[in-house]
Design a protein around this ligand. Structure first.
Ligand SMILES: NC(=O)c1ccc[n+]([C@@H]2O[C@H](COP(=O)([O-])OP(=O)(O)OC[C@H]3O[C@@H](n4cnc5c(N)ncnc54)[C@H](O)[C@@H]3O)[C@@H](O)[C@H]2O)c1
Ligand SMILES: [Zn+2]
Length: 678
């Protein structure tokens, strides 16, 4: 049974974490102290429950708490070897755990354990960090809060900061919390309600004070020509720039992108002080670990052309990378971890918005959210005073902290398709749907494109939330619709790397029965449709300079000739030759083009369900429901081919093993000698 103190802690954490004004995503931590019976001695034992490393307050549950014995944790004070060796205390926490200890204790555990209060909150509210990063933050703290809230000069999170705050609480019995210079806030209370009220009092009082006392234009006067483009134009511009920007952000390692054009971002970029402020970088450790010390800012207004903007972005990238290397060289010591890449994680484009990057979509999105937090912080600090983040050497100490490096080393190995963005056409049904599911399961972000938006979105939901899969509407035979779908994909995940030309339909008719419309429809969807999709997506891939894959779901019928199939078979043969033609043409950009030739995939197939199956069954003289088994008996392996088998072949073609194969077709037909490739 959950201890009442821990239950109150979880409820409070969820309430605090639910409101973004209180803390950034996964930022901050909370704790409670209470008594439980020690199962070994039967005696009461004082425990500390504290949010473990990495979790989010809004969704915190009991397994997310670390549980320590308070007496042992506090005994660490006696063996603490001093600030130079404070990191050793983190390993020592393992010797203070109660039972199995729950989640891994974070670096902030010391602060929670050492402060003499039953409930403690450490949060990263934008309003609190605004005061914490104001040049005269100490004086402001006094003015806003009197002696109720105490200023603590910047210190890197750790054992010493815990000792400092415990001492402050001890010396200031009237205080309810403190502002941590450059960083955030900590508040405490004798009960969970009291701690929560104190946290909210600090957050809201700081916000109100900023609202009432801020100067009119904290980011300076509006910059001529830097106003946001109108929505449609802005999105189109973002889609045009995104692939190049993703390429820039992925020079050292491939990244997934997130785009936002929120009012905060556009307003920041439309005002005169944004270049100076952006160059100062973020301050709260959580912020800059996810956003890098500073963003790359395009120094052109949106009135510049796409070509001018791209050319300038390439120049700025060279400077950004040199600057980051110089930052590393200035601060690295012989035992610092190796440089982790010089690419920006945040790219700001005036009038257009912000592109943020990460190893997956969630990380990319959260990086963007953190930069919006940083913008709010800068607005507050500049409104009252001037923004003064912690200095660069301190940022480096945190970014390349041995404990941070250890955290990164503990990360699970990424899945084979991690960071890759896949666009699968016709993915609301059958083979396409199975392929999208497989690619997502192997780590890709997936865009499901199909005729019906509703069905595309439903298939995406089946895979997961918007960080994993999105559905978009497309008629692949319509060039403008294809471009719109590719733009949507690019805005959802930053670009496209892996395209599956799967959309199709089949009408089994003899030459005499095949109408001009039958011919045109099948050629429009399959031959022309895959040409249009290949053209629009190859442009993105070429701009990204990250290589890529295009896979055609062709057919046994691209090789095999039989009656009643002239339009479908010819369209499939067209697709099959596109594979070879494009493999020859796109290889110089590192883009592989391959095909899969399925046959007899009855299960889940809309093609079979809508007449083709009945027709085939009639042709072969079997019941329609036995068609799958009938096809199986025709094969060399006597096995039924399922959508998953096609999906597996697509994965193999795009996965980490077949890196040197292009222009290939893989039959997935359980063996049909008449369709052997030669
Ligand atoms: N099922 C088989 O045995 C088999 C065999 C060989 C090849 N194929 C090929 O595999 C692909 C998928 O077939 P399936 O059996 O999964 O069929 P399916 O009908 O289940 O799925 C095809 C999807 O394509 C979509 N689509 C059709 N026209 C479109 C358009 N103009 N724009 C966008 N989307 C469109 C449909 O809405 C549908 O969701 C097709 O290209 C088909 O020719 C299938
Ligand atoms: Zn913190």
């Amino acid at each position: 049974m959950t201890n009442p103190a821990a239950a109150a802690l979880i409820a409070r954490s969820n309430r605090l974490g639910a409101d973004p004004k209180n803390t950034n995503y996964a930022g901050g931590n909370t704790s409670a102290k209470g008594v439980e019976t020690d199962p070994v001695t039967g005696e009461p034992v004082e425990l500390l429950w504290v949010k473990g490393s990495g979790g989010d307050l809004g969704t915190l549950t009991e397994p997310g708490l670390a549980v320590l014995r308070l007496d042992r944790m506090r005994s660490l004070v006696d063996v603490y070897p001093g600030i130079d060796r404070e990191d050793e205390m983190v390993a020592a926490f393992d010797y203070c755990l109660h039972g199995k200890g729950g989640a891994a204790p974070s670096i902030d555990t010391a602060m929670h354990g050492l402060v003499d209060a039953a409930h403690v909150d450490h949060l990263h509210p934008d309003s609190g960090i605004a005061i914490a990063t104001a040049a005269d933050g100490e004086a402001l703290t006094k003015e806003i809060f009197g002696d109720r809230v105490v200023w603590v000069p910047w210190r890197r999170p750790g054992f010493q900061l815990g000792l400092d705050i415990a001492e402050i609480k001890h010396r200031n019995p009237q205080a309810i919390g403190c502002i941590l210079g450059g960083h955030g806030i900590t508040a405490w209370g004798d009960t969970s309600e009291e701690a929560e009220a104190h946290s909210l009092m600090i957050i809201d009082t700081a916000a109100d004070y900023i609202a009432e006392n801020s100067r009119a234009e904290p980011f300076g006067p509006a910059l001529e020509g830097y106003a946001a483009l109108p929505l449609a134009e802005r999105r189109a511009r973002a889609a045009a720039l995104a692939p190049t920007i993703r390429g820039i952000a992925s020079a050292d390692r491939p990244m997934v992108g997130h785009y936002t054009d929120s009012d905060e971002v556009l307003d920041f970029l439309a005002h005169a002080e944004h270049p100076r402020l952006a160059a100062l970088g973020t301050s709260c450790p959580d912020h800059f670990l996810r956003t890098k010390v500073k963003p790359l800012v395009l120094d052109l207004p949106p009135t510049a052309s796409v070509e001018e903007s791209l050319a300038r972005l390439h120049e700025l990238t060279v400077a950004y990378r040199e600057d980051y290397q110089a930052y590393y060289d200035r601060h690295a010591t012989p035992d610092s971890p190796a440089i982790r890449g010089k690419d920006p994680l945040i790219v700001l484009v005036p009038g257009v918005g912000m592109f943020s990057f990460g190893k997956d979509k969630q990380t990319a999105r959260v990086a963007g959210e953190f930069y919006v937090n940083a913008i709010n912080v800068m607005r507050g600090a500049e409104g009252l005073s001037s923004y003064q983040p912690i200095d660069e050497a301190e940022k480096f100490r945190i970014e390349y902290w041995a404990l941070e490096e250890a955290k990164l080393q503990r990360m699970p190995k990424p899945k084979p398709l991690a960071t890759r963005v896949a666009l699968v056409t016709g993915a609301a049904s059958g083979i396409g749907r199975a392929t999208a599911q497989k690619l997502a399961a192997e780590g890709a972000c997936v865009v499901i494109a199909d005729l019906s938006l509703e069905k595309a979105q439903e298939a995406a939901r089946e895979i997961g939330g918007a960080d994993v899969a999105v559905g978009v509407q497309v008629d692949v035979s319509d060039e403008a619709a294809v471009q719109a779908a590719v733009d949507a994909a690019v805005l959802a995940f930053g670009g496209v790397d892996l395209v599956v030309n799967n959309a199709g339909l089949s009408l089994s008719r003899s030459l005499m029965e095949t109408t001009e419309q039958d011919w045109d429809l099948q050629h429009d969807v399959m031959a022309k449709g895959s040409f249009l999709v290949a053209k629009a997506t190859a442009k993105v891939m070429i701009e990204q300079q990250l290589g890529g894959d295009i896979v055609y779901i062709s057919s046994k019928n691209s090789i095999f000739a039989g009656p009643n199939n002239v339009a479908y078979g010819a369209a499939k043969a067209d697709q099959a030759h596109q594979v070879r033609l494009l493999a020859a043409e796109l290889g110089e950009h590192g883009i592989k083009v391959n095909g899969v030739n399925p046959d007899g995939v009855v299960q889940g197939s809309g093609i079979f369900a809508s007449g083709w199956g009945a027709n085939r069954a009639a042709v072969y003289g079997v019941e329609e429901e036995d068609l799958g088994k009938f096809y199986a008996q025709r094969t060399i392996l006597k096995r039924e081919v399922l959508p998953d088998h096609i999906a597996n072949a697509v994965f193999v073609l795009c996965g980490p093993e077949l890196t040197h194969t292009t222009g290939l077709h893989i039959p997935v037909d359980a063996g049909v000698a008449a369709a052997f490739l030669r």
